[in-house]
Design a protein around this ligand. Structure first.
Ligand code: NAI
Length: 475
């Protein structure tokens, strides 16, 4: 007997931050909603193996590193601390569990039906899109008038390198190592490379980053990324720019990494215990059977959507997050999910792509929103620049965290904020002020004239905004 078809207003494929947030908002607005998730837990890459576990390890390793090196200037002397990596990993696992349990609770609270299993399209009939869900306990069929694809992304493999989880690893493995590697080599000087490189460096590994391009974080303002690179180097991270890995071989429990320079000239191989591949992610659309419902991909393999409505080539089907164009960031996916839910419920959803913040949770943290100087020059937009260091800031001094700077770029004629970049303590939180200012179309003057509690790190934002008009107070 064919399984009974369950009927919904909306089915969301994928329970990452984009998908589950979309489902919650849709449910809040009265849509009967199902969420299809193949993992045993909700939360996607971000909660299960990405943002959250890496932040847990970044926090723990930061504390360890402080104990090892950072506390004597505060007048605190400790016997040599001992690393209990298992306890650190257990803490991380516990945090993930608490959050995924919390998400299960949120699904129940919002009366969202969670269909456990791998979803794929079957087809479309009478204005209803049919979805098959292959679960551990058999398959189910569900249908809805609207479907959102939120299936996320997967690690891009490198030709010639087979991930074995032992010597050649991805971030999934790098957040769960049971021993501190002596030498960790990372391919890719992007966000994962810098965050996980920081974790293992702080825990005692030698870390080498091999990057194809001439610098790190190419989306960040040039001067700010050079500042960040200098600080990473001061911490002992090693970088090999304009090189690429062309192969790797296991040799007596280690991995020999073959590299070539930008002219394809062979360079001396590097021996490491672990080789982490972190060269970006690609959209995950495998086995979705998109052809059955006429959903088209872009040339780069992302689900093609209309930029305004996020509708795919099938008007009943939408897509959000890592599977469509744009930065692969949880908060970008979340905003898109909320927008679609609101549009479907007859409201006016909204995503302001000019105000997407980027954050790297290194030490010091790096965060930015809007454009950098090179982008503004290339676009012919006249601007003023204001910069202010953390060093003279009272709170930063009290914390012993003076490295870094805030840079604010504002339109030369209108003073409208165009880009804000922060390398410094608390950047991940400070950027929220910048995002709101850009969202409200504020001018540098608006930040400059607003109260910023004293003494706080946020005063560096105010000083940088004053510096746009050459009137910083503590410079
Ligand atoms: P990424 O796109 O941030 O960086 C990849 C880097 O690898 C780039 O610098 C690229 O030039 C380099 N690269 C590419 N091919 C290479 C090759 N063959 N050899 C050497 N270098 C090569 O990607 P990443 O770090 O893997 O992160 C994946 C995604 O996850 C990103 O979209 C990122 O935004 C997201 N993510 C975000 C985090 C955050 O918001 N804090 C944390 C971790 C990941």
């Amino acid at each position: 007997m064919a399984p009974e078809t369950q009927q919904f207003d909306l089915i969301v494929l994928g329970g990452g931050p984009g998908g589950y947030v979309c489902a919650i908002r849709a449910s809040q607005l009265g849509l009967k909603t199902a969420l299809v998730e193949k993992r045993a837990t909700i939360g996607g890459t971000c909660v299960n193996v990405g943002c959250i576990p890496s932040k847990a390890l970044l926090d723990s390793s930061h504390r360890y590193h402080d104990l090892m090196e950072g506390l004597t200037e505060h007048g605190i002397e400790v016997e040599k601390p001992r690393l209990n990596l298992k306890a650190m990993m257990d803490r991380k696992t516990g945090i993930v569990k608490e959050l995924t349990d919390g998400l299960d609770f949120l699904m129940k609270k919002n009366k969202i039906t969670v269909l456990r299993g791998t979803g794929s399209f079957i087809g479309q009939k009478d204005g209803q899109v049919q979805i098959q869900v292959e679960g551990q306990n058999g398959s189910a069929v569900a249908q809805a008038g609207k479907v959102v694809i939120a299936t996320g992304s997967e690690v891009i493999p490198l030709p010639g390198l087979e991930v074995d989880g032992e010597h050649i690893i991805t971030s999934d493995h790098a957040i769960a190592l049971q021993k501190v590697p002596e030498h960790l080599v990372i391919i890719g000087g992007g966000v994962i490379g810098l965050e996980l490189g920081s974790v293992w460096k702080r825990l005692g590994a030698r870390v080498t980053v091999i990057e194809l391009l001439p610098g790190i974080l190419m989306g960040l303002d040039r001067q700010m990324r050079e500042l960040a690179l200098r600080l990473f180097k001061q911490q002992g991270l090693e970088f090999l720019f304009e090189h690429k890995v062309v192969g790797a071989e296991n040799k007596k429990g280690q991995v020999e990494i073959k590299i070539v320079d930008k002219d394809d000239k062979e360079a001396a191989p590097i021996i490491a215990d672990k080789l982490l591949v972190a060269v970006g992610r690609r959209p995950f659309t495998d086995k979705l059977n998109l052809e059955s419902v006429g959903v088209k991909l872009t040339e780069r393999g992302r689900v093609a959507v209309d930029g305004h409505s996020l509708q795919t080539s099938n008007p009943l089907i939408y897509a959000i997050g890592d599977v469509i164009d744009g930065p692969m960031l949880a908060h970008k996916a979340e905003e898109e999910g909320v927008k679609i839910a609101e549009d479907l419920a007859g409201k006016s959803g909204h995503v302001n792509y000019n105000a997407v913040p980027f954050v790297v949770y290194s030490w010091p943290e790096i965060a930015w929103v809007g454009k950098g100087e090179d982008e503004l020059k290339a676009a012919g937009i006249p601007y003023n620049s204001g910069k202010f260091l953390f060093r003279p800031n009272g709170r930063a001094k009290a914390m012993g965290a003076g490295d870094g700077q805030v840079k604010i770029l504002a339109h030369k004629e209108t003073d409208e904020l165009l880009g804000i970049a922060i390398v410094g303590p608390g950047a991940s939180e400070l950027i929220a002020e910048a995002v709101i200012a850009i969202e409200f179309g504020a001018a540098a003057e608006d930040i400059a004239r607003s109260f910023h509690a004293h003494p706080t790190l946020a005063e560096v934002m105010k000083e940088a905004a004053l510096a746009v008009d050459r009137r910083a107070l503590h410079a």
